[in-house]
Design a protein around this ligand. Structure first.
Ligand code: ATP
Length: 234
């Protein structure tokens, strides 16, 4: 049984369909990249996993249980954490307070989890009492990922974790993703940064205009000219 199985979902906003027959799976321990151009539907796939959107057809299963139709309050305790694009941290709260809020579903072992996050992102520890709104873009992204980890998820969903960051910070964020996965958290990441996504992923899927057009190991996709073409053709 896969940790996450997306089985032939169709998804629409109102009467505009944006996903057709999308299937993908994530095995426990993997990092999987969902690639594709702007507007291909990547974010919509993550929203459907979280229950923010209900599929018109098909099903999402987490640990074998259908989850697509549940709301996020119900899904999070079962082990899914979503770090949305655009960060969505609480600007007026401190770093430390933001991390605590991430743990609202699973308060046991809070101190150890916070230590793990400070170990991965030492800059957050240095700034633990600083208001989140005054952090740099890169630090805010680290905080968003850290907050997601505070619920000790089995599956971490990352939407464009590196978007808008300076190149040196992009490397730091991807190194952190690699480490989070090495330490046992399964990761599904949505990315436009092909190079870095395939550097840290085991496998990937390419979404083109709402349909999966290609899939394979990271090595296969990194050398497949059609992957880059799918971005240019959009
Ligand atoms: P990006 O990288 O630009 O965020 P994406 O691959 O994540 O792109 P989605 O955000 O999933 O793509 O969008 C897929 C399609 O669904 C787009 O055509 C978008 O305009 C449309 N869409 C997204 N959200 C809504 C919404 N709330 N209402 C109507 N259409 C939407």
């Amino acid at each position: 049984m896969s940790l996450l199985e997306i089985d032939a979902i169709d998804v629409a906003y109102g009467n505009i369909q944006v996903l057709w027959d999308v299937s993908l799976s994530v095995e426990e321990g993997e990092t999987v990249a969902l690639l594709g151009a702007n507007g291909a539907g990547k974010t919509t796939v993550l929203k459907t996993i979280c229950g923010d959107r209900s599929p018109l057809a098909g099903e999402v299963r987490f640990e074998g249980e259908p989850i697509g139709h549940l709301d996020q309050e119900v899904v999070v305790p079962e082990g899914v954490a979503h770090v949305p694009e655009g960060r969505e941290i609480f600007n007026d709260s401190t770093v430390e307070e933001n991390l605590k809020l991430g743990a609202y579903v699973n308060r046991d072992g809070l101190a150890e989890r916070r230590e793990r996050i400070y170990d991965i992102f030492p800059r957050l520890e240095e700034r633990s009492n600083q208001r989140a709104g005054t952090l740099s873009g890169g630090e805010q992204q680290m905080l968003a990922i850290g907050r997601g980890l505070m619920s000790d998820p089995k599956l971490l969903l990352l939407d464009e974790a590196s978007l808008g960051l300076a190149p040196v910070l992009v490397d730091d964020v991807f190194d952190a993703i690699e480490r989070i996965n090495d330490e046992g958290t399964t990761v599904l990441l949505v990315e436009q940064d092909l190079y870095n996504a395939l550097r840290v992923a085991d496998r990937g899927y390419v979404l083109e205009s709402g349909r999966i057009s290609l899939s394979g190991t990271a090595e296969e996709l990194a050398t497949d000219e059609r992957v880059e073409a799918s971005y240019l053709g959009a």
